[in-house]
Design a protein around this ligand. Structure first.
Ligand SMILES: [Zn+2]
Length: 77
């Protein structure tokens, strides 16, 4: 009955591997999702009112609620 024990041993190893992968993937997902939403928030895109260029909000020039790609375009208005 050696083959039987071998099959059981393989089944146990596969079950443990499956459980390990599920826990591990949950752990990775839990760690990745918050950082992903953070990068989306900090990388919010705005459109330049002068030339229509899309730029990251943090790098845009803001004048009276309007966004521009550079100070020259902000002053042109
Ligand atoms: Zn512009």
């Amino acid at each position: 009955m050696l083959i039987f024990r071998l099959i059981i041993a393989i089944a146990v190893i596969l079950a443990l591997f499956y459980v390990y992968r599920r826990i591990h993937s949950k752990f990775i997902a839990g760690r990745q999702y918050p950082t992903e939403t953070k990068t989306i928030k900090t990388r919010e895109m705005v459109r330049c009112e002068q030339c229509g260029l899309h730029i990251v909000k943090t790098e845009a020039v803001e004048r009276a609620g309007h966004f521009y790609c550079c100070p020259q375009h902000a002053d042109k208005r």
